[in-house]
Design a protein around this ligand. Structure first.
Ligand code: PLP
Ligand SMILES: N[C@@H](CCOP(=O)(O)O)C(=O)O
Length: 465
């Protein structure tokens, strides 16, 4: 299995190489050259497998023998050992054929744990084998940061630097990151928004000369292929639990950087029957505008009650465009160049294909709060604000009520007490036992200006491993 860049100019990489990288040298993102294909019979034969066994089936073709099967199985087992629910990704029914896939049962209470627990173990394994030390650099709007830190905090060969937008993540999210005091964990609160953090990370990958000799950057954001790969698994898992592949299942996905829904798209390309894939956005609706009216233009980023989705430039949309443009790297390079001016326009062909593949819907804060209230009143199930956006988008776009519609519950409501309170809940949802003293723990982080030189200097001075 080889991995190629969406812009067509960078060298192709092996699995281990792609895990140890971020952006391709031509600025593109890596994708597999070909996708594994599973027949309905093969998928059906996986019914009843544990999450870990299924993860091995889905992911091993991407690893393509570079890691011995027994080691890969162990990495997968270790990754999901800390989840609080035996099913790893339990389904909860909230209405007729309406399901919630709880992806927040991992250590940091968000779907990011699925990929980042695995990536942490995978990096540790590869780096020890190679006797190599690396610098992990990531941007977060709140959830990737803590999941990445949790995944990497015990890795001896990693220094991890996470940039979050200062004062724009919830207090729980910030404390989940900043109360981890291991010497190799470094939190930077950037004076800017998430797009500023992500831009700085991408610029740093493009020019790594600020690092001491012999060190390289590794990505934990979904620009890293391994993130997407691990997220494909739960689409198969949910479908199998609901009668797939004999009947198609639909998914509604709260969307920001387009990583999670891109994983769903890949699952369908690999053979999983999916009826609808719904892109659910908050008021930062560039993806909804792109699909509904071919308006992929940057607006000013709004600060919403679903902060993890406060993203304007969705990294993984480039991977999607690569397929929509028949894998023409030059066309993608030209489109991304056009986007630097603030907007890009999809060709008629690409737009038509995108509309065949995705429905989309935008949900503002007021409507999202109504949905939390409504679902709680009817079912006593408390949604987090991101998941509520997915539920509303599912209801607004659903075309076949005879098929299951699964909304991905991307975070636990306890991470967002402010939104939950505004939705009318009198008591804050409880943090799980292992986080009960979160607000008593000591915090450590550095507030830095949105200036690349300053951040690079900080990084150089704080390398610990
Ligand atoms: C809670 C939550 N929901 C949804 C998203 C959006 O996911 P993606 O960026 O993969 O589209 C994020 C962050 O990315 C998130 O943290
Ligand atoms: N919502 C994310 C933003 C980063 O997205 P990623 O999936 O590319 O890591 C977050 O919570 O940090």
């Amino acid at each position: 299995m080889k991995y190629i860049s969406t812009r067509g100019q960078a060298p192709s990489l092996s699995f281990e190489e792609v895990v140890l990288t971020g952006l391709a040298s031509d600025g593109g993102l890596y994708v597999p050259e070909t996708l594994p294909q599973f027949s309905h019979e093969e998928i059906a034969s996986w019914a009843g497998l544990s999450y870990q066994e299924l993860a091995f089936k889905v992911m091993s073709p991407f690893v393509a023998g570079e890691i011995p099967d027994a080691d890969l199985r162990r990495l997968i087992d270790d990754a999901y050992a800390g989840f609080r629910h035996e099913a790893i990704a339990p389904l909860v029914q909230t209405g007729h054929n309406e399901w919630i896939l709880e992806l927040f049962q991992g250590p940091t209470l968000a779907f990011k744990d699925f990929a980042l627990q695995f990536l942490g173990h995978l990096l540790d394994y590869i780096l020890k084998k190679r006797d190599q030390k690396v610098v992990v650099m990531g941007a977060t709007s709140g959830d990737t940061g803590s999941a990445a830190i949790e995944g990497c905090r015990r890795c001896e060969n990693i220094d991890i630097f996470i940039l979050h937008p200062h004062n724009r993540v919830s207090n729980v999210q910030r404390r989940q990151m900043t109360t981890v005091l291991e010497g190799n964990v470094h939190n930077i609160a950037l004076d800017g928004n998430f797009d500023d953090c992500q831009n700085m990370v991408k610029a740093s990958f493009a020019d790594q000369s600020f690092l001491p000799q012999g060190r390289q950057l590794v990505a934990v954001n979904s620009i890293n292929w391994a993130r997407i790969m691990a997220q494909i698994v739960y689409y198969f898992y949910a479908s199998l639990a609901l009668g797939g592949p004999a009947r198609p299942v639909s998914f509604s996905v709260p969307t920001g950087n387009f990583g999670d829904i891109f994983a769903g798209y890949l699952a369908s390309r690999m053979g999983l029957p999916i009826d609808q894939l719904v892109i659910a956005t908050n008021s930062n609706d560039i993806l909804h505008r792109a699909i509904s009216s071919n308006d992929h233009s940057k607006h000013e980023l709004q600060h919403t009650l679903s902060p993890s989705m406060d993203i304007m430039v969705s990294s993984n949309f480039e991977r999607m465009l690569f397929d929509l443009y028949d894998r023409d790297g030059a066309a993608i390079a030209a489109l991304m160049e056009e986007f630097k001016s603030g907007a890009m326009h999809l060709s008629e062909g690409a737009l038509t294909r995108a509309r065949e593949l995705f429905a989309s819907h935008k949900v503002d804060d007021a409507r999202m709060l109504e949905v939390i209230r409504d679902v709680f009143e009817k079912t006593e199930y408390l949604l987090d604000p991101h998941t509520a956006i997915g539920v509303e988008a599912a209801r607004a776009t659903r075309r076949n009520r005879d098929l299951p519609m699964v909304c991905l519950a991307t975070a636990h409501p306890a991470k967002f007490p402010e939104a939950v309170r505004q939705a009318g809940q009198e008591t804050d949802p409880q943090l799980p036992h292992h986080m009960a003293d979160l607000f008593q723990r000591e915090e450590r982080y550095e507030v830095l200006p949105n200036d690349t030189e300053t951040v690079h200097k900080f990084m150089r001075e704080h390398l610990a491993c």
